[in-house]
Design a binder for this molecule. Structure first.
Ligand code: PGA
Length: 252
């Protein structure tokens, strides 16, 4: 049985004081949510303070990116070991903003993914099509290519521990959420791709989040679909009330 997993991606928002206050408020209010795994992903510079603020709570901390090398002369980069050192459990990889604004390729995402697994971080790998790709009927092909490139070379065990976030690029930060049917269709396709590469049993274990304009008022319907196992939340994760409103939509 897959557990629901809801993660907040704070992107390049907050400051030290508001990051700690948001983390504390979430930690205080998320005590009785045993059926859902929760994570918050603040900017790198606040990871340490946020991890301390939520220590002992139901929440876990994740980073929004990392570099694939263990250490060395890589100015400005952060390794998996450093993320573990400041209390991270998760790392988001291949977010569409990194792919499309910062030029990350499937190959780069794949190197990071393998390094995250080697270090013992739990990765959340994002995939998703552009609007023109959806309109051209290329969604499945794009998702398959991203899966095959970004998630290449994983053992069965690593695949089972990899969270996938399906985030249609046209739905991120736009208020245009994919319909539950549209999301469910891609999630089911992803599970078929995993079953084809590995096997059915393994495919049933992989947690697949939906991301893109998830809000308290659309969460329950999305999360009620059989292959949607949680959410990767951007804008609505920046307020405790709306993040917890989404969490409340997760089926028990
Ligand atoms: P959004 O962002 O919820 O603001 O659309 C989602 C994401 O980018 O992970």
């Amino acid at each position: 049985m897959r557990r629901m997993f809801i993660a907040g991606n704070w992107k390049m928002h907050t400051d030290r004081v508001s990051a700690v206050a948001l983390a504390e408020s979430l930690a205080d209010q998320s005590t009785s949510l045993g059926h859902v795994d929760l994570a918050i992903c603040p900017p790198f510079v606040y990871l340490d303070a946020v991890a301390r603020a939520i220590a002992g709570s139901e929440l876990a901390v994740g980073a929004q990116n990392m570099y694939h090398e263990d250490s060395g002369a890589y100015t400005g980069e952060v390794s998996a070991a450093m993320l573990l050192d400041v209390g991270c459990k998760y790392v988001i990889l291949g977010h569409s903003e990194r792919r499309h604004l910062l030029g990350e390729t499937d190959e780069m995402v794949n190197r990071k993914l393998l390094a995250a697994h080697r270090a013992g971080l739990a990765p959340i790998v994002c995939v998703g099509e552009l609007l023109e790709q959806r309109e051209a009927g290329q969604t499945l092909e794009v998702i398959r290519t991203q899966f095959e490139g970004s998630l290449a070379g994983l053992s069965d065990e690593q695949m089972a521990r990899t969270v996938i976030a399906y985030e249609p690029v046209w739905a991120i930060g736009t208020g245009k959420v994919a319909t539950p049917d549209q999301a469910q269709e891609v999630h089911a396709d992803l599970r078929k791709i995993i079953a084809g590469r590995y096997n059915e049993q393994l495919a049933e274990k992989v947690v697949i989040q939906y991301g893109g304009s998830v809000k308290p008022d659309n969460a329950a319907e999305l999360l009620g679909r059989p292959d949607i196992d949680g959410a990767l939340v951007g804008g609505a994760a920046l307020k405790a009330e709306s993040f917890l409103g989404i969490v409340a939509g997760a089926k028990a």
